[in-house]
Design a protein around this ligand. Structure first.
Ligand SMILES: Cc1cc2nc3c(=O)[nH]c(=O)nc-3n(C[C@H](O)[C@H](O)[C@H](O)COP(=O)(O)O)c2cc1C
Length: 202
């Protein structure tokens, strides 16, 4: 029964060579994202995850300012490497932006102060689960995507917020550029799983 799900998990990869095209209609992408946001779990069912899907010019706008900010002060080879990475992301069809609403985390923390230290960790876990669900779903549709974290830079986080008119309580957790696959990823190398998993039965 789990075979199809496990196959989908196996097939999902980081795809960096993406095109400014999508064989999947925008409406399907929206449906996938909404489904994942609705059904992915959050601690205490607080539903703290937020997502913005950028398509067309909005996607282009995003990678223009991320690139400008990231390239500031860089020179030579380093600048060329970052430039090439940025143009790869910008070349995609769209970007899924993941956030956690800090207002929701603050509210639940006031209600349950005993978990003050845990709520931020659980929030991070929740956004990770959501990212994986969206990534795997896009992959099942044949789209390539990767997971980026440029929103961790305060200047980029501020630009995201103001450019797209988002609430100040939405904290950027990841950015997922996606599009039709231009070239597949290299083969993935795995270490042995056995030392990483223990099954105990008394
Ligand atoms: C929590 C997390 C953070 C990651 N951050 C980045 C990132 O900032 N940039 C990037 O290119 N890939 C990032 N990745 C992708 C990993 O490098 C990638 O998933 C890993 O090398 C395995 O390759 P695969 O995605 O093809 O299976 C991240 C993955 C995870 C799970």
């Amino acid at each position: 029964m789990s075979a199809a799900y496990l196959a989908a998990i196996t097939a999902r990869r980081s795809i960096y060579a993406i095109a400014n095209k999508s064989s999947v209609p925008d409406s399907k992408i929206e449906e996938i994202v909404k489904h994942c946001v609705k059904h992915c779990p959050t601690s205490f069912n607080i539903q703290s995850s937020r997502v913005v899907v950028l398509l067309g010019e909005e996607h282009t706008k995003l990678w223009k300012f991320i690139s400008e900010i990231s390239l500031k002060g860089l020179e030579g080879d380093h600048k060329a490497r970052v430039e090439s990475r940025m143009s790869g992301h910008a070349a995609g069809y769209g970007s899924v932006l993941f956030f956690e609403d800090q207002a929701v985390i603050d509210e639940i923390t006031v209600k349950f102060p005993i978990y003050t230290k845990e709520f931020p960790v659980w929030s991070t876990n929740a956004t990770g689960m959501l990212q994986h669900a969206v990534w795997t779903s896009l992959s099942l549709e044949g789209l390539g995507a990767s997971l980026q974290h440029y929103g961790a830079k305060p200047e980029i986080a501020a630009a995201i917020q103001t450019t797209f008119g988002l609430p100040s309580t939405w904290t950027s957790t990841a950015i997922m550029p996606f599009g039709d696959i231009v070239s597949p990823p290299a083969e993935k190398v795995f270490g042995p799983v056995e030392p990483r998993v223990k099954v105990l039965k008394a």
